[in-house]
Design a protein around this ligand. Structure first.
Ligand code: SF4
Ligand code: SF4
Length: 468
């Protein structure tokens, strides 16, 4: 791995490009207004005014994980924006290098945090990925692998069925399996990555249900709806139970509708726009019927997408207003809990531990939620919070990235693990199941890893945190 490199003019687009771009600006805009979107189709191509916001200064480069890995301009935010501009002008096709460099982007949004010009790379990427999914044929193997992911992960019943096989596999897995996997041909590396991310499976947890209604303890503050999620509910069911307990202990009625399904986040981040819009509509209808004041989410990636339903369905005359109203109610669980801290109802017991908090990208960068989880953790007596070097750099999980791009994800995972080790913390907490799986792969058994609500739940109940 190469070290993170500072932005330099040498690695950026040439001055020639800048002047050429300036000269062509007027006719390009006229082309766009007349409906010519270059290599993009006409369904929400990356907006020219968003592309124009980038002044190519390069301040985002040091925080971009892929630039940190390879030092390649086209694997930096600036380079990807440059590619989008070229595609917008029809100078390059979407197939080939364009798709390769966009596919390599983690969608971590560290560049959005770093950009002093307020470039909305998140919106640019969200407009670009569906263009690729619609217009670029993928290889058979790539297509099949992606279909397998999206045929399994968004479906709780299928995940539960798969958990039976997973539990059996883990029980019978031969000691020589790692050596056998290492010998598999490189083209099967995605399958190997998938295998290595399998969490310890508890069939009992996988088939357990989150209570549909849990009354508030003591005086009621309000009625909170709760997203139970797909992977979260099946493989991290204890996190959901802890979430219900802490919200109820802090005075919220908690409603977790049984009929809710996947929020569509995994698909949305992969450019599967139509499929995700359909899931969004279904979830909005479920929570409208639940008549809740807010919708609490304990998965960073899901919360980030649900806050964007308003934009996703903005063109839909039936759903636009309903989606905007839904998104306005979505809060990360740490936001709900932090709001209650000034008037906290649930006494905490001591947990003597040095805790390192890992900011999930979709919480820190995408939702700008950094202080609330830390405030909640600091409300636990005995907890000492320590900060992580290179906290802004993604761990390599990024939704399904660690399955699609296992080599880059592996480099980032090892880098994150080294940084965590260096803190000497007793415990790692992070608010995203994907991050937990990814980091666990590189720190297996070295320290316990929990969702923040699990630590708070243990403190409120006066029990030892899981794994400690
Ligand atoms: S995205 Fe922002 S920080 Fe990065 S090059 Fe463009 S203007 Fe500069
Ligand atoms: S989203 Fe992350 S990986 Fe993609 S360009 Fe921005 S910083 Fe780099």
């Amino acid at each position: 791995m190469t070290d993170t490199q500072p932005p330099t003019h040498e690695t950026g687009p040439s001055p020639d490009y800048t002047s050429e771009r300036g000269e062509k600006a007027a006719p390009e805009r006229a082309d766009v207004l007349s409906g010519d979107f270059g290599s993009f189709d006409d369904h929400h191509p990356p907006a020219q005014e968003l592309l124009d916001d980038c002044v190519h200064c390069g301040f985002c480069l040091p925080t971009c994980p892929t630039y940190a890995l390879w030092g390649e301009e086209m694997d930096s935010p600036r380079g990807r924006i440059y590619l989008m501009e070229m595609a917008e002008k029809g100078e390059i096709p979407l197939e080939g290098a364009f798709t390769t460099h966009i596919d390599r982007c983690l969608g971590c949004m560290a560049c959005v945090t770093a950009c002093p010009s307020g470039v909305q790379y998140d919106r640019l990427l969200e407009a670009t990925r569906p263009q690729i999914e619609r217009n670029v044929p993928r290889s058979r193997a790539d297509r099949l692998f992606r279909e397998a992911i999206f045929t399994l992960f968004p479906y709780r019943r299928r995940l539960r069925a798969a958990s039976l096989g997973g539990a059996l596999y883990q029980k019978l897995r031969p000691a020589t399996m790692d050596r056998l996997l290492a010998k598999l041909p490189r083209r099967l590396e995605r399958l190997v990555a998938m295998e290595s991310l399998l969490p310890p499976v508890s069939v009992r947890d996988a088939f357990a249900r989150t209570p549909i209604f849990t009354p508030a303890v003591g005086t009621r503050r309000g009625r909170v709806g709760m997203l139970t999620g797909c992977v979260q509910d099946v493989f991290f069911h204890q996190v959901n139970l802890a979430t219900v307990r802490v919200l109820a202990a802090e005075g919220h009625d908690v409603v977790a509708p049984a009929e809710q399904a996947c929020c569509g986040a995994l698909g949305l981040h992969a450019g599967r726009e139509e499929e995700s819009a359909e899931r969004a509509r279904a979830l909005i209808a479920v929570f409208e019927r639940a008549e809740v004041d807010v919708i609490a989410v304990n998965v960073a990636g899901c919360g980030s997408s649900m806050k964007e339903y308003g934009e996703l369905l903005a063109d839909d005359p039936v759903w636009a207003d309903r989606a905007a109203a839904f998104s306005a109610k979505v809060r990360d669980v740490s936001e709900v809990l932090a709001d209650a801290l000034a008037d906290s109802r649930a006494p905490r017991h001591r947990v003597d531990a040095t805790v390192v908090y890992h900011d999930a990208c979709h919480l820190g960068h995408a939702q700008k939620i950094r202080t609330q989880p830390r405030d909640v953790l600091r409300s636990i007596p005995g907890v000492t919070l320590t900060e992580l070097p290179e906290a802004e750099i993604c761990c390599g999980s990024a939704g399904i990235y660690n399955m699609l791009q296992p080599e880059a994800a592996g480099d980032l995972g090892r880098r994150k693990a080294d940084n965590i080790r260096g803190t000497g913390a007793d415990l790692l907490v992070t608010a995203n199941p994907g991050c937990l799986l990814q980091i666990r792969k590189y720190l297996e058994g070295e320290l316990p890893m929990l969702h923040p609500v699990q630590l708070l739940d243990a403190s409120i109940r006066g029990v030892r945190p899981p794994g400690m």
